[in-house]
Design a protein around this ligand. Structure first.
Ligand SMILES: [Fe+2]
Ligand SMILES: [Fe+2]
Length: 199
């Protein structure tokens, strides 16, 4: 039987993709943006960071800690996530009309970019050197866990993504409608064909 884990993207590729997604959302934030756009971007970044941090803590960091338990970048990763969580909580407790909102979001952006830089220049290369044979199975484990976590907050993710990346959301919705209509179109055509055969 084929081992699906070995066909999965590696965990390090997935982590880089998550980072790119969050950095793109950060880049869409403007001081002059309307309040609803700011709120959508902040919501999207906060949810993405929370899920990403949890996935790293449950799956990636323990694997890296096995091969480099004394590495400084490994040791400070979780406290940095906790610092982000505190800022996320503060942002959620205030609205974009608050004078401190923009500054707090910029602060979150700054510590996230530093954290991502450490991961991309230290932890990911180290994992790629030391965990070569496990990277795909860890990637598969991360995908399974991500599906569970996304399933717990589907509305949250959909609403914020639509407000942050309206074109991408429209394209994805269009593709989903196209795919569904294709499936239903084919099955109703099959049904029509069958009913003609039986007539
Ligand atoms: Fe992290
Ligand atoms: Fe990360």
């Amino acid at each position: 039987m084929t081992d699906l884990s070995s066909a999965s993207p590696t965990i390090t590729s997935m982590i880089r993709m998550d980072h790119t997604h969050v950095l793109c959302a950060f880049h869409r934030y403007r001081l002059s943006s309307p309040w609803w756009r700011k709120r959508a971007i902040v919501g999207s970044v906060c949810t993405a960071l929370e899920i990403h941090a949890q996935l790293e803590e449950e799956i990636f960091y323990p694997a890296v800690a096995r091969v480099a338990p004394d590495n400084d970048a490994v040791k400070k990763s979780k406290p940095e996530h906790n610092e982000m969580r505190e800022m996320i909580e503060k942002l959620r407790s205030m609205g974009p009309e608050n004078a401190a909102y923009d500054g707090l979001f910029m602060q979150l952006m700054r510590i996230t970019i530093h954290h991502v830089a450490d991961e991309e220049t230290v932890l990911l290369p180290m994992a790629e050197r030391s965990l070569k044979n496990e990277l795909s199975s860890l990637g598969a484990a991360m995908t399974r866990r991500r599906m569970q976590l996304l399933g717990e907050r589907p509305i949250d993710v959909a609403v914020h993504t639509a407000g942050t990346f309206p074109i991408a959301a429209a394209v994805l919705t269009g593709l989903a409608v196209f795919a569904v209509s294709g499936i239903f179109g084919r099955s109703s055509a099959r049904r029509r064909g069958r009913s003609r055969e039986y007539a």
